[in-house]
Design a protein around this ligand. Structure first.
Ligand code: AMP
Length: 625
């Protein structure tokens, strides 16, 4: 329980392919990675829709092959982006589900639910995954959970961070802090090695997950963690390795059978699952088989793949990972020999070739693998959550300093990007810069805010704009100040002021980048509640139908048993038979009745009563069953 009586605060690693939730156990003084109902510590970030229910996590992933168009994954790739984004255009070709452009070019995921077409924001899908993670924690803690720390890739821009907070809000969570995944891993690592570390240590975090790749250089001194530099690729990870293998086998299938399965989403999905399994196996063995029964047009597929072939298929991407490591160290102006520890994070960091190349790059240095790479991020997030809610007493109060992933600045004359906050600046941060009007008697000025590394402002990513009014009549060159302020969540507020007149204006970057409006969030929260109510209704109905089915089965069996048959009067037998017929018809009738749940539950009660009466009459009934 947190100090403020708000219940435990949890840490959630909201991953592209898998998510993980953890909590700080105050009594034991350690982090617990929480298992889901299947006993797994990671849960697929999948949501599926069917004619009668919504599924999240394992259940959603498990039925993906039979319902590919309505099984949504990779929402993290869409969150905070525009539909016209070239990255999304490429991704769409691999997704079996449909994505269309919504208002303001926001991507909308199209699914069929309860027989009707439904359009969903990526934030909604992520909120469903977050709801699942919250429920997993609540089941384990046996109490409601409200507060959470959620992690995002270090490379996430402002819009993606805000969209993640929105997803948390829709899931009914109070997002206490958004932290970078590598930073969370560093916290986990710092806790693990909690010694008196008074001299500064440079820690390199290598995080290769399912969909994203992040590297960060951190400096740890005493209890201070400082991110020196980050680099990465929001589109590189285990899924890409799976896709390479899929392409390889699609070609092989084409060669062997003269059939092209491209475009058949079900076949591709089944092949992808088999490839993912093979990839994991190849991390511990040097050869494995990929086998899929009746893969395409009834043809079974079985093929061998060696670790060497897998490495060859992906070598370009593995090398790109190492080039990114080099870039990060260059940005931080640090020589690789000065790095004290190299920490592996993310499931794909288990790939032996990746480890080999990384170790080689760091001149043979041993890599830190002591923390489970799938769990390190959630571990750190849970520690941070406990720190923020006062739940940790015996741990040094770690000071976390994150950095801005991209440079931030404004448009100036000649389409020049005038940077106020350079990339890799520690946050929170506030910077003010003076600018001058460019025209005589200029009455107003437009402040256009960009993020990115390009010198030409319009080549960067537009974050938003606003007008500063109230310039006094004056020749060109009248001064005004622009101030950029980033809070601890990485959220940017830009303000401008004309000192001579006191005129001010500001924006917190919001809707310009397609963030959901407050009204929309409210609507989505209600929608999420509706989804939950529908899920509950479905479960209630399914439970009632199951009970009826079971009673009918038992009663039919009872009627067929000579001993029991002899004990029942013909009137009783008729009553039972008629109940069986009625209920069988009811179950076969499906969804036609309006008040079906109540009707079904009513019948459950009736059958229960009838069954009890039979048991009451027959002493040996229990031994019969
Ligand atoms: P994460 O996003 O960190 O949960 O990483 C998930 C990714 O790691 C998925 O693409 C998995 O296929 C991959 N992965 C997990 N275990 C292994 C393994 N033993 N070898 C190779 N890749 C793995």
């Amino acid at each position: 329980m947190g100090k403020n009586g708000e219940g435990c605060a949890i840490g959630i690693d909201l991953g592209t392919t898998y998510s993980c939730v953890a909590v700080w156990k105050e009594q034991q003084g350690r982090v617990e990675i929480i298992q889901n109902e299947q006993g797994n510590k990671i849960t697929p970030s999948f949501v599926a829709f069917t004619d009668d229910q919504r599924l999240i996590g394992h259940d959603a992933k498990n039925q993906a092959a039979t319902n590919p168009e309505n099984t949504v994954f990779d929402a993290k790739r869409l969150i905070g982006r525009k539909h016209s984004d070239s990255i999304i255009k490429n991704d769409m070709m691999l997704w079996p589900f449909k994505v269309i452009a919504g208002v303001d070019d926001k991507p909308m995921i199209v699914v069929k639910y309860h027989g009707k077409e439904k359009h969903l924001f990526a934030e909604e899908i992520s909120s469903m995954v977050l709801t699942k993670m919250r429920q997993i924690a609540e089941a384990y803690l046996e109490s409601p959970v409200k507060n959470a720390v959620i992690t995002v890739p270090a490379y996430f821009n402002d819009s993606q961070r805000k969209a993640t907070i929105d997803a948390g809000t829709i899931a009914g969570l109070n997002v206490k802090r958004i932290i970078n995944e590598p930073t969370a891993a560093a916290i986990a690592y710092g806790l693990d090695k909690r010694t008196n570390c008074e001299e500064e240590r440079s820690i390199f975090i290598f995080d290769l997950g399912g969909g994203t790749f992040d590297v960060s250089l951190l400096k740890i001194k005493g209890k201070d963690f400082k991110v020196q530099a980050t680099a990465g690729n929001t589109h590189l990870g285990g899924e890409d390795f799976d896709n390479r293998m899929v392409e390889y086998f699609v070609e092989e299938f084409k060669r062997k059978n003269k059939l092209d399965m491209t475009g058949n989403s079900k076949a591709l999905r089944r092949l992808r699952s088999a490839c993912e399994r093979a990839k994991r196996t190849l991390s511990c063995t040097t050869c494995t088989t990929v086998e899929v029964d009746s893969l395409f047009q009834g043809i079974d597929f079985c093929s061998l793949i060696t670790r060497a072939r897998f490495e060859e298929l992906n070598m370009v991407m593995f090398r790109e990972c190492i080039a990114t490591v080099d870039k990060c160290l260059n940005d931080a102006k640090i020589d690789k020999s000065s790095v004290h520890d190299v920490v592996l994070v993310g499931g794909s960091s288990r790939i032996p070739k990746v480890q080999e190349l990384l170790q080689e790059f760091f001149n043979g240095k041993d890599l830190c693998k002591s923390i489970n790479p799938d769990e390190a991020v959630a571990y750190g997030a849970a520690v941070q959550a406990a720190l923020l809610s006062g739940g940790i007493k015996d741990v040094p109060n770690l000071v976390l300093l994150d950095v801005t992933p991209l440079s931030l600045g404004i448009f100036t004359v000649g389409d020049i990007m005038s940077v106020l906050i350079p990339r890799n600046t520690t946050i929170p941060v506030k910077k003010t810069k003076s600018f001058h009007t460019k025209l005589d008697n200029q009455t107003r000025g437009k402040i256009v805010v960009y993020e990115g590394e390009r010198a030409k402002a319009s080549d960067n990513n537009l974050l938003g704009s606003f007008i500063l009014y109230g310039f006094p009549p004056a020749p060109r060159g009248h001064p005004f100040d622009v101030c950029f302020s980033i809070d601890e969540n990485g959220i940017l507020t830009v303000s401008a002021e004309i000192k001579s007149t006191g005129s001010k204006n500001e924006i917190t970057i919001t809707n310009d980048k397609g963030r959901l409006s407050t009204q929309e969030i409210k609507r989505l929260i209600q929608e999420a509640e509706r989804f939950q109510a529908e899920d509950k209704k479905f479960l209630r109905k399914a439970n009632a139908m199951n009970s009826l089915d079971e009673y009918i089965y038992k009663m039919r069996k009872a009627l067929k048993n000579d001993y029991i048959n002899a004990k029942l009067s013909s009137e009783e037998k008729e009553k039972i038979s008629s109940a069986i017929t009625k209920v069988t018809n009811l179950l076969d009738g499906g969804n036609s009745q309006k008040d079906e749940i109540e009707v079904l539950e009513d019948y459950v009660k009736k059958l229960q009563h009838m069954f009890k009466c039979i048991i009451g009459k027959i002493d040996l009934f229990f031994s019969f069953y």
